[in-house]
Design a protein around this ligand. Structure first.
Ligand SMILES: Cc1ncc(COP(=O)(O)O)c(C=O)c1O
Length: 467
């Protein structure tokens, strides 16, 4: 329910140009320049189309260092949409994770969660803590009909609390649509049950709401108790069970920022002193006041049915069409992206030779579409220097909200179909340069053998030189 008012030109380099570009990028899609990218499905973070109202709000930003009126408009939006009194802006989601780790995680602590996200885990590790993931039995199955693969397993939760004791558990973290395992939501019933256990043991429940509107939409669509509830009602109901909320504002809220919010003044006071140390004063927290304004409007807009469903419905279409074509993807469709299952796509590539990274490079070579590796390359080595094989080998094709049209998706499906038919041409990768932390951002890889050239030659034989 929107129309396009501003457009940005994109370029489709031909296959030979794409081969040069991906070589220059060390076979890492993060290192491509956007002028070499046709459809950018790397991420939905900070890449969503903004609304006219968000743009208009940016024009009335109040650039005060302290006491900015823009902050108070954000605070009002948080109170109305999420029901929290105490709000801190931060420059993006990982800044919130850093502050939470600084304030709550002590060396030797554990943080329990439904599933980790790369930056949430990195900050907990750096603070000397350990992440323990308590997902359910089929969370890691790529082919499934379980509507709530993001649920936290209550049996595993009870065991973990018995093993570590509540005093060693910094907090319990629920990620609303689990990014790394296919954007899978949790149910409201599960959140209620997890909260009841958290209360019983006096463990704070932290909610990562980066994709809160999509998780609320899935609850409405998939959980019978909420079939008649509106998105704002579901969001407020979820927040009843949350001690500390944080989010990357770059996703559901379609702005470039983040925030922490709570109704617990003691928690707020524990985090607040660190805000000016790492981010900025309490009324801008490292964000531009223009983005504070845009986030305030984005928070309200994300509760509209047509906005909460916009990306999720496209993803469902994308996933179902690929299933029809026999291309292996994560099912059921989740939030944020369509995820290709690289293990089923490329059984010939051993996990230690990075099938998801190879597939992400191959997708770019055949389409100019930029996706992101979410597999072993996205997992750092252990203390002994061994690769830690990821639970899943996925290529994420993110659909930023209100950005693409169905014809973009049909184009991508068409190229993926061709690639799947030629999948035996795709080979392995190895690291050429490897950073010690979050290596997927800057690491450079190289193909083992000349498979990239063979793939491009086969593509050109079918499509000619123009594409
Ligand atoms: C679930 C989740 N949490 C936290 C983050 C980190 O947010 P940011 O990229 O704004 O630092 C992300 C980013 O993708 C995310 O998906």
């Amino acid at each position: 329910m929107h129309k396009i008012k501003i457009v940005q030109e994109v370029n489709l380099p031909n296959a030979s140009e794409r081969l040069r570009a991906i070589r220059d990028a060390g076979f890492n899609t993060f290192l491509l320049r956007t002028r070499d990218v046709f459809l950018d499905m790397l991420t939905d973070s900070g890449t969503n189309a903004m609304s006219d109202r968000q743009q208009a709000a940016m024009m009335v930003a109040d650039d005060a260092y302290a006491g900015s009126e823009s902050f108070y408009r954000l605070e009002d939006a948080v109170r109305d949409v999420l029901g929290f009194q105490w709000v801190m802006p931060v420059h993006q989601g990982r800044a919130a994770e850093h502050l939470l780790a600084e304030a709550f995680v002590k060396p030797g602590d554990v943080v329990l969660m439904n599933y980790h996200f790369t930056t949430s885990k990195a900050h907990i590790d750096l603070a000397g803590g350990k992440v323990l993931e308590l997902f359910g039995p089929d969370a890691l199955e790529t082919e499934s009909s379980n509507p709530f693969k993001g649920n936290l397993d209550l049996g595993r939760l009870a065991k973990a609390i018995a093993e570590f004791g509540p005093e060693r558990i910094s907090y319990l973290r629920m990620e609303a649509t689990t990014n790394l395992i296919g954007g899978q939501p949790f149910s409201l019933q599960n959140l209620r049950e997890v909260h009841a256990v958290a209360v019983q043991h006096n463990i704070p429940l932290v909610f990562d709401g980066s994709l809160i509107s999509e998780n609320a939409y899935f609850i409405q669509q998939r959980e019978p108790e909420f079939a008649q509830a509106s998105i704002p009602e579901i969001i407020l109901e979820m927040m009843n069970y949350v001690d500390i909320f944080y989010m990357s504002g770059r996703k559901s809220a379609a702005a470039r920022g983040g925030l922490i919010a709570t109704n617990n003044k003691a928690h707020f006071n524990r985090i607040l002193p660190w805000l000016p140390v790492y981010e900025g004063f309490a009324t801008y927290g490292g964000m531009s006041t223009k983005e504070v304004e845009a986030m305030a409007v984005g928070l309200r807009e994300m509760t509209a049915q047509s906005v909460a469903s916009s990306s999720a419905d496209f993803i469902e279409y994308f996933v179902n069409r690929l299933v029809e074509e026999g291309v292996p993807v994560v099912t059921p469709a989740g939030g944020l992206a369509c995820h290709l299952d690289a293990r089923r796509f490329l059984p010939q590539v051993p996990q230690a030779q990075y099938p998801a990274a190879a597939l992400a490079a191959a997708v770019y070579l055949t389409s100019g579409v930029r996706g992101m590796e979410r597999g072993t390359v996205s997992t750092d080595r252990d203390a002994q220097g061994n690769d830690v094989l990821a639970d899943m080998e996925l290529v994420r094709l993110a659909l930023p909200r209100r950005l693409f049209t169905l014809s973009h998706i049909e184009y991508t499906i068409d190229r993926l179909k061709w690639l799947f038919e030629h999948r035996e041409l795709i080979g392995s990768l190895r690291f050429a340069e490897e950073p010690p932390v979050l290596r997927f951002f800057f690491g450079r890889l190289e193909p083992i053998g000349g498979w990239a050239e063979s793939l491009v030659a086969a593509f050109r034989a079918d499509f000619g030189n123009r594409f």
